[in-house]
Design a binder for this molecule. Structure first.
Ligand code: OGA
Ligand code: MN
Length: 199
């Protein structure tokens, strides 16, 4: 598990975090937080996806991808941006194989959080918590991708080594590799709210 699922602290710098936020925030601010996701997995969130990035942020996105995806793997060209309200939670789920391949990876902006992995058939016995500090990267692959659900805990449940972990608003910048051809949904179906292509 440790080689396929892990967290890397301080994967991005404060300057890089700020720069990502500057690009992402103006678009997010126009959206309202939604109470519930279509499959009921996410509460109090807003989300969008983005293909084009400013050069300095593209450098960070590329670093996330090269850290987490194997050489020569194809990945989705768009990046998923999920803005979770302070009181928002992501309930246990496994990302659909229609929209994602073998690896899910992201960086956390603005807040620390706990990601909990539970074995899909032994939900109460096989539980692994990952502390995701602000500016860390996480990677879910192998069994962590397919055999375990993942969730992001609300503030009341967020504890690490006996200490409460304050949960503020959290924005995650998530990259996924390409779904297997046989499972793949059409890219047009995958799109959420693309930014109109400027210039
Ligand atoms: C998801 C998800 C995790 C995160 O959007 O499917 O699990 O880091 N997000 O926000
Ligand atoms: Mn997910």
């Amino acid at each position: 598990m440790k080689t396929c699922c892990y967290v890397k602290k301080d994967f991005i710098t404060e300057v890089e975090e700020k720069s990502l936020l500057t690009e992402v925030e103006p678009h997010m601010k126009r959206l309202r937080y939604e109470k519930s996701h279509w499959d009921d997995a996410i509460h109090l969130y807003r989300e969008r996806e983005q293909r084009k990035w400013r050069d300095e942020n593209l450098e960070v996105i590329s670093r996330i991808r090269s850290e987490s995806f194997g050489a020569n793997t194809e990945h989705l060209t768009y990046v998923h941006i999920l803005d979770l309200h302070k009181d928002g939670v992501i309930k246990p789920h496994i990302d659909s194989i229609r929209y994602c391949g073998d690896v899910i990876t992201g960086v956390s902006l603005l807040s620390d959080a706990i990601m909990r992995l539970r074995h899909k058939d032994r939900k109460e016995e096989l539980v692994v918590d990952l502390l995701m500090p602000r500016r860390s990267l996480y990677r879910l692959g192998g069994p962590g991708r397919y055999e375990f659900t993942h969730e992001v805990l609300g503030e009341s449940e967020s504890c690490w080594e006996g200490e409460k972990v304050p949960r503020n608003r959290r924005i995650s910048i998530i990259c996924r590799d390409l779904p297997k051809v046989t499972n793949r949904a059409k890219e047009e179906e995958i799109q959420l709210k693309p930014i109109p292509e400027e210039n």
